[in-house]
Design a binder for this molecule. Structure first.
Ligand SMILES: [Fe+2]
Length: 312
């Protein structure tokens, strides 16, 4: 159609979209165009502001490579990743869920580890942590034989693949749930860490006066045929960034009950000083078992990253 007034631009685009044979594509793109045009009208977007926005999109691409995805980081920083997660889990957003963000550090082929064993594979100073988890279906029945990957940052806030000091696969393990749906392991208490701020996400955070910290957490990825793959994080309950996670990942249900023990004997005789324990029961929903694409494939070369910490 020939456009005569600004109002007609939206109709012109929607009319062309009506030709798309894929119904779902048509539905998504039509809503996207309506909201995008409506957004520009609502804020009366100037030409300079439009150029800035295009610059952000270009910068997202330029700051993305084999080991870093700036677009995912931006999505998290706008709360969009958590919104998508909560809309698609917990009975399509009706009930609480163990589902959470995957994050950028999951690796395939974590070493198969016996229940009860340690995932500390090279010297990693920090408070000992003993974890005991159970996996159940939505009817409360234990899920035996689920494959569960566990991974987390060190007490200094680095994943092994970022840190030349840690052995390959340190603080990572793959466990199989037993007939009661359970397994346990030993590790060290993780620390929170800053997300990179050298790209457009950094600009976004600085413009809002936000910090760039994620609160400490353990990652879990559980898979078994017949169940929707469960990606989860259990957050450390004494972390100062719990209520201001830069990625908006923390939900009330996933704040873990990490208990500090000062004077009780630890489950292992070599533990010195205070130690922590965590127990959590995960619920897996019915659905297709699909693994995500691993965001990273191996250990990064070189030094530990030196990421600045922004103050809120
Ligand atoms: Fe993480």
């Amino acid at each position: 159609m020939i456009i005569e007034r600004q109002e007609q631009v939206t109709d012109a685009v929607l009319a062309e979209l009506a030709r798309a044979p894929n119904g779902r594509f048509k539905e998504i793109m039509a809503a996207f165009v309506r909201h995008l045009h409506g957004f520009a009208r609502e804020v009366k977007l100037t030409e300079e502001e439009f150029q800035t926005a295009v610059g952000y999109l270009v910068a997202l691409g330029k700051h993305t490579n084999e080991t870093h995805n700036e677009a995912v980081l931006m999505s998290g920083s706008l709360g969009f990743s958590t919104l998508i997660c909560l809309l698609n889990n917990g009975n399509t957003g009706q009930t609480e869920t163990d589902a959470n963000l995957l994050g950028p550090f999951w690796r395939m082929h974590s070493p198969l580890t016996e229940s009860g064993a340690s995932i500390v594979r090279s010297p990693t100073p920090g408070p000992a942590l003993f974890v005991d988890v159970i996996f159940r279906d939505t009817r409360g029945r234990p899920i035996a034989g689920a494959e569960v990957d566990v991974w987390h940052s060190s007490p200094e806030g680095f994943y092994e693949n970022q840190d030349p000091v840690q052995a390959d696969m340190n603080l990572r393990g793959k466990f199989i749930t037993d007939r009661d749906g359970r397994f346990s392991f030993r590790s060290v208490k993780p620390a929170g860490y800053p997300i990179p701020v050298d790209g457009p996400v950094g600009e976004l955070l600085r413009a809002q006066g936000r910090h760039n910290m994620r609160p400490a957490h353990l990652h879990f990825l559980a898979a078994k045929d017949g169940f929707k793959t469960l990606i989860s994080q259990i957050y450390v309950n004494d972390d100062p960034y719990l209520d201001s996670d830069v990625q908006f990942g923390v939900t009330r249900h996933l704040i873990g009950d990490y208990q500090r023990h000062d004077n009780e004997p630890a489950p292992a005789p070599d533990v010195i000083g205070p130690w922590y324990s965590l127990a959590h029961t995960f619920v897996m929903e019915d659905g297709p078992s699909r693994l995500p694409k691993p965001p990273i494939t191996g250990k990064a070369q070189g030094e530990r990253p030196n990421i600045p910490v922004l103050v809120r």
